[in-house]
Design a protein around this ligand. Sequence first.
Ligand code: NOJ
Ligand code: NOJ
Length: 443
Amino acid sequence: MVQKAMLSCIWTIFIFLLTIPADAATGDFEAWLQAQEKISTERMLRNVSPPDAAPGAVVASPEKLYPNYFFHWTRDAALTMNTVVSLWQSATPQIKLNVPPTLRQSLFDRITAYVSFSRQNQLTPTRSGIGEPKFYANGTAFNEDWCRPQNDGPALRAVTLIRFANLMLDRGEDLYVKTQLYDGRTPSQSVIKTDLEFVSNHWRDHNCDIWEEVDGEHFYNKIASRRALQDGAALATRLGDVGAAAWYTAQAQQIEPSIQQHFDAARNIFIPTINRVAGIWYKHSGLDSQVILGVLHAGGFQFIDPRILQTMKLQTESFRNLYPINKVGVSGVGIGRYPEDVYDGDKFQGGNPWVLNTAAFATAYYHAAKESLDNGQRDQAKRFVAMGDEFMKRVQYHANPDGSLSEQIDRNTGHMTSARDLTWSHSEVIVAIWGRRAVVGGL
Ligand code: NOJ
Ligand code: NOJ
């Protein structure tokens, strides 16, 4: 009892001490979205093929010290480059984008450099092979201890590059595709086919999760693998690699029951990890943003699926009370990785809300809104947009005045913390803004 009272007293002081930029909350939200889209695009692109890295490398952040994020992570890079492919194409799967023609050539150059850099990563001897999670920005192997392999990496890289391959085929660039991207040979000398051969033969393996902390079987990694194999089968078919197409399709189908094992029927949610082998052991809640990130990055579920909505709801509620800043300023909830998290980018003194997760939850509700609208449920769609906006207003509230976004938001002070200008934060914010635009026009 006494302890409880003391705790709540401490929390009150924390809340009292919160220092948050006052103008952010009152600023016009739509204007902020427009401005932030530009700033995030610019800051994301600064980290793609930056001058102090090898061409094609995507650094997770320009920060080299606390924490040192000046590495090419396969996952962060693949997700970022998917956003870059949208910019180059001047379209997402749902909307057209206005990208100046002068920028498009430089985007194209960065994508092809990323293709070559990725192939070089595959050829570089590392401790875990194709599932190696990260490389130095100059492309050399990172040989220190790390949670490895992380098999979502090759799956995500395949998804991004298959999309690029299809766009190149649409433009008649068959030679480039068949030599650099998908050569249809085994063993393959091309990046996509090498990834697909790996994913199709290894999706059953236990490996590390996207937060690089738990070795086991993960929902995210499985649905990323399934998506890579489905898209891979379609590309193989388009290029006449018939046997491979059948093999990838068969493997994609076989993942299905293993994905269903992540369903927690009692709570009607999906849980991140089963059959844990090693790594942190204290994630007892079974709540983890990586489930929603998985659906965003890999598809395979609708966002209006009651199981997905419930997964988001329970996560949101768990974070609402956990982080003091969620009680301040705006009503949107800052979303962390999982409630038990202690990683603050540096000292492991307690978890924080993350920009990329908060933006991802916004995107998820915008997609739910689009699905509702497509089903003729306009009022429901409006409610979902409003829910998505709450999350984006939380990001707005804590963004630095110059629009830079770090990895995390300090749970007590509300200030940006951990790696500055995290590439993935900017990418996820851009994707949220696009997701919103894809539905609000129709409302
Ligand atoms: C660094 C990883 O990037 C982070 O996700 C993790 O929480 C810590 N290492 C602890 O393993
Ligand atoms: C730590 C995150 O947990 C992980 O997902 C990410 O790949 C790295 N940071 C680099 O951004």
